[in-house]
Design a binder for this molecule. Sequence first.
Ligand code: TIU
Length: 221
Amino acid sequence: MHRIKALPFDWQFDPATTALLVIDMQRDFIEPGGFGASLGNDVSLLQSAVPVVAELLQIARQAGLTVIHTRECHRPDLADCPSTKRLRGDPLLHIGDDGPMGRILVCGEPGADIIPQVAPRPGEMVIDKPGKGAFYATALTEMLRWHNIRSLLLAGVTTEVCVQTTMREANDRGYECLLVEDATASYFEEFKLATLAMIRAQGGIVGWTAPLAAVREAFGE
Ligand code: TIU
């Protein structure tokens, strides 16, 4: 077993049964002109996580961990997009509208691509998901089972939306989850901090958190 110095206490894991799950590192959230910007957010606030996720991927690949990437996006006919989601808020562009990176939050469009700095490598799994959580309406449960995964290292954007939703879904399904603190970012710093605090409260009610430095140390890098 490996051990990461984490909060609320050390996290033990077996690399053979651990996956790195990188959530939604897409142009639509991180670059101007996408879904995140259309909702009125300052997308530059997510930049801090990019080099950290890149290093985390390097560590995971070196250690031979299973690597899974997710993308939030919808079918071109929007049949998997509830009208409640499409109409929510007062966005400049709605899901499915034409934007500078193609149709907003539609699978296969340039905006739905994962940014090149953290792009998937051949052999890594990529899951397109219509919801905020990565278990909803996807094959993630089966993929984790087929690869004998018991523990998840989580990273990606945004902390309190798709990352937290996925981590709660995973925790309820019996996975041991650790969120890498600096490998995640939010448009709202206070929401990120609150999310980290609520995950590890009450003895790790949702899981663990640790910085990249602690992950690096656990893998002897
Ligand atoms: N708006 C926001 O903060 N996030 C999302 O809509 N999706 C993800 O977090 N991926």
